[in-house]
Design a protein around this ligand. Structure first.
Ligand code: AHM
Length: 334
């Protein structure tokens, strides 16, 4: 079968984008290629997840005599491995690791970027064959090149991200990433093992019909959030509701759907957990960057997510994200 040369692979796309910047060194393209490579490995394992009872449980030996790892640990190791051995990343922070890891070798100390990621978000959905994802955030280092990266490289405001993206392991596997130039989506063509450009220049519709929130926590939300949820369920002039409630419990899938179709996703603080559940640096910041670049908005209920000054790698924040007009409607409830 002849390959359709109208397709554009992830590598081709990032290199073409780089040509618009005469001073670009290709490091960011290399970083995205490395992330794409790890994502393909995770894709293969995710697709075998249903066989885990046949192949052996986590902590036991598989048929090759290797220890079977939990999928989220496997994903973490893949992303850490490609970034450590690539030439573009000086260190990483991950949901799976307590502390940042600074690679500190001659090549990595010269690398311009650090990366934060959630290797497998929504991992409680693995057992039941529901979409899960990887989320990542890329910052340019602020510490001196030639020396090991420092914590200040990771604790930058989200508005300093140079790129952010996610991979969704769903009915197909997709990698979506944003830079300051816009948001583009690539679907994994399994026949050739390449991410190919399928969703160029993604724009989040200004409004939509979907709201996504954990209704089980309703009585623990504050009054403006309850008021907005009630508005979502009613036919009013301003919201154009009632909206449809869709909540997978896998943020990558929920926000991806709302990005494409229009909608709002909320993970508010609760009386038990005032800061909610989601992590600022590797869950909320990357999505806020992507959705803002696509024309939407993201806040913690008070301020823009991207303007929050982080103080620690694993900090949590309430999170509201989605179509511009729906977010403005929510803001008017305060
Ligand atoms: P997890 O990766 O441990 O599953 O947690 C993250 C997920 C998000 O993807 C999702 O939005 C949220 O947790 C759902 O939480 P809840 O079940 O409290 O609604």
């Amino acid at each position: 079968m002849a390959i359709n040369r109208k397709i554009q692979t992830l590598d081709e796309f990032t290199i073409q984008q780089m040509r618009n910047f005469p001073k670009a060194t290709g490091e960011l393209s290399g970083l995205l290629r490395d992330i794409g490579l790890a994502a393909k490995r995770v894709h293969v394992e995710v697709n075998k997840a249903g066989l885990v009872d046949i192949l052996g449980d986590a902590g036991t030996m598989n048929v090759q005599g290797e220890e079977v790892k939990k999928l989220d640990i496997f994903a973490n190791n893949q992303f850490m491995g490609v970034l450590r051995h690539g030439i573009s990343c000086a260190g990483i922070g991950s949901e799976e690791m307590d502390d940042i890891v600074v690679f500190d070798d001659d090549i990595s100390n010269q690398s311009k970027y650090v990366c934060l990621f959630d290797p497998l978000d929504g991992s409680s959905n693995i057992d039941v064959n529901v979409s899960i994802g990887t989320i990542f955030s890329v910052f340019r280092r602020v510490s001196e090149l030639g020396k090991p990266a420092k914590s200040e490289d990771f604790l930058q405001q989200g508005n300093k991200q140079v790129a952010a993206g996610y991979v969704i392991y769903g009915s197909s596997t997709m990698l979506v990433y944003a830079t300051r130039r816009g948001v583009n989506g690539f679907t994994l063509d399994q026949a050739i093992g390449e991410f190919t450009l399928s969703h160029p220049d993604i724009v989040c519709p200004d409004s939509g019909k979907i709201y996504s929130v954990n209704h089980g926590n309703y009585f623990q939300y504050d009054e403006p959030v309850k008021k907005y949820i009630t508005a979502c369920q009613q036919k009013t002039k301003t919201t154009g509701g009632p909206y449809t409630q869709r909540y997978i419990g896998s943020m990558v899938a929920d926000v991806h759907r709302n990005l494409i179709k229009g909608g709002i996703f909320m993970y508010p603080g609760t009386t038990d957990k005032p800061k909610g559940k989601l992590r600022l640096l590797y869950e909320c910041n990357p999505f806020a960057f992507i959705v803002e670049k696509a024309g939407g908005k993201a806040t913690d209920g008070n301020q823009r997510i991207l303007d929050i000054q982080p103080t620690e790698v694993h900090q949590r924040t309430p999170f509201f994200i989605g179509s511009r007009l729906m977010m403005e409607e929510l803001e008017s409830m305060a």
